[in-house]
Structures are given as C-alpha cells and as structure tokens.
Design a binder for this molecule. Structure first.
Ligand SMILES: [Zn+2]
Ligand SMILES: [Zn+2]
Length: 235
C-alpha cells in the first residue's frame, strides 16, 4: 500500500480527484490503467472537438465536453442486447453452437457496469431520470465499425438519455507535474447564452477564460439589473 501511495501520479489523482478512482472502481471500468488516466488528466482538449473537455468518458478514458457526450453517437453506450446483435451466432443448431453473447464475451470490447441512480438534468422529473437496474454497457465505437451507417439508434434523447451519463464524470486538468488542478470556469457573462460558440454550458480552463474575455470583452454587472452580468465590449 505504501509503495502504491508513493507513486506521484497516483498521489496526484488521489489528492485532486479521488472521486474518479472511486467511480472507476464502482462501475468496474477496467479497459485502461492508472498511467492512461493520469496522462488523460494532464490534457485539456475534448477528444472530439476543440473545446475544453471537462468530463471523462470512463469506458475507455477519453476527455469529452458536455456537447460531445450528450450529442455524439460514439458516447452513447450499448446495452448487452444491442451490443450482442452485432455479433451474429454461428448459425448451426448444434448444442455446441456459439451464441451472440458468447461471441461478444470473446471479443471483450471495453465496458462498464452502470450504477442505479438518477441521471440527466436535475430539472427533469424530480431530480433526474431514475434508473434502477445495473447493466453492462459497451463502448459503441469498439463494437460498431461503421458508426454512422449501421446501428443507428431508433431515437436518441441526447440530454435526456440516461445511458449517455452513466460513464461520465467531471474531471479537472492536472498541471505543474500534478501539483495543481484546474476544474475550469463557466463564464458569468454568458449565463443566458445559447449560441454554440459561447453557450452557458461551455467550461473554460484558466487560460481559456482569459482568451474568452479578451475576445468578448470584460464581464461587468449591468447597472439596470443587479446580479446580472454581461460582457462589455470596449467602445
Ligand atoms: Zn467536445
Ligand atoms: Zn462569456
């Protein structure tokens, strides 16, 4: 135990974000190791776009932003029934016939076991959508080669889809050799903004928020409505 605790990367993760270790153990995310987790935490970019990826997708440890994990197909995991449908049985009727599930087990794509609980936004139906079952969830990209072609879901409820939230956790950016953590900032001046480039859900790193303010102007309280902040463009 002492030897493990003395590893600087592990110690940094335990100091700044022990909940990530706890989540990994709870949902049995075993497709990556501590080295990959630390390396991912020392990066900032979402693995699917240019924004700061303020979450981790724990099935295969990828950084991801709110927009990508709620919208992109690759972050919608597959239940065991759906995943095994991509592994057709061998077609024979012998007792030794290999079933879809056996073939899925043999392929062993990255997966997690979800936790029961409430998912999606707390504004919806009494604190989120209640999920009672524990199920194994598979990484879609590892199971389906042609994501946009075959295997499109019938309906994709995006921000209202509990499956999209089950392997997701908020994550800081670790820097200064793991001594400091940047959890990111929301912009108060963009609190009511719905436009894609400055949406209120976008989180910025310390560096990112400075660039954002340089671009849109300093954030000031509006004189007419106290408590409301807006970007003030220099005249
Ligand atoms: Zn993204
Ligand atoms: Zn802003």
């Amino acid at each position: 135990m002492e030897l493990v605790d003395s590893l600087p990367q592990y110690a940094a993760i335990l100091k700044h974000c022990p909940d990530i270790i706890r989540a990994i153990l709870s949902i049995q995310a075993d497709a990556f190791d501590c080295r990959v987790l630390y390396a991912t935490l020392t990066t900032t970019r979402c693995s699917s776009c240019e924004r700061f990826g303020d979450h981790l997708y724990l099935i295969d440890c990828r950084r991801v932003c709110y927009f990508c994990f709620t919208r992109r197909l690759e972050y919608l995991p597959l239940t065991i029934g759906r995943a095994s449908s991509f592994f057709p049985p061998d077609g024979t009727r012998q007792p030794s016939a290999i079933t879809s599930r056996q073939r899925l087990r043999a392929a062993n794509p990255p997966s997690v076991m979800n936790l029961p609980g409430r998912y999606c936004t707390a504004l919806a139906s009494g604190g989120g959508n209640l999920v009672r079952k524990r199920r194994q969830l598979f990484d879609r990209r590892a199971v389906i080669q042609d994501l946009e072609g075959s295997g499109l879901p019938k309906v994709d409820r995006t921000t209202r889809e509990p499956l999209r939230f089950m392997a997701i956790i908020t994550a800081p950016y670790l820097f200064d050799a793991g001594r400091q953590a940047d959890w990111g900032y929301f912009c108060l001046g963009c609190k009511d903004e719905k436009e894609e480039t400055r949406h209120f859900r976008i989180k910025y790193t310390r560096e990112g928020i400075s660039e954002h303010i340089a671009r849109y102007g300093p954030v000031k309280e509006t004189p007419r409505i106290p408590g409301r902040f807006m970007h003030v463009t220099p005249v």
